[in-house]
Design a protein around this ligand. Structure first.
Ligand SMILES: [Zn+2]
Length: 115
């Protein structure tokens, strides 16, 4: 694998910024959706159960989105540093393919699979 070039890093930086904006929007929408369901609402029992199930799913997505947001925010701080794009386990370049899809990666595919 080759180390990331300056141009590649700047493309990745743009992608991180875009992903952060998209995630913030998604989190705001999810936060609205997971607000507690009023006990006296006029929903039928089944609809209420469905709503609770949906809320559970949304809470999970919300947790994952918040986690990814903090990882991306962290990646944005590291993007200019020499160790950005270098695997923390084997110290080999992670590669542009993986870094463009998951810029928050700190491990190469191989090391991530060995976790
Ligand atoms: Zn590795």
């Amino acid at each position: 694998m080759l180390s990331l070039t300056k141009a590649e890093k700047s493309d990745i930086e743009k992608k991180i910024e875009e992903d952060i904006l998209a995630l913030r929007e998604q989190i705001a929408i999810l936060e609205e959706k997971v607000k507690p369901i009023a006990p006296d609402c006029s929903l039928g029992r089944l609809t209420r159960l469905e709503a609770m199930g949906e809320q559970h799913v949304n809470n999970k997505i919300l947790d994952e989105s918040r986690l990814r947001l903090s990882r991306l925010t962290n990646a944005l701080l590291r993007v200019d540093k020499p160790m950005f794009g270098i695997c923390i386990e084997c110290e080999e370049p992670i590669g542009i393919g993986r870094m463009s899809i998951r810029p928050e990666s700190v491990r190469c595919v191989e090391c991530a699979n060995n976790l």
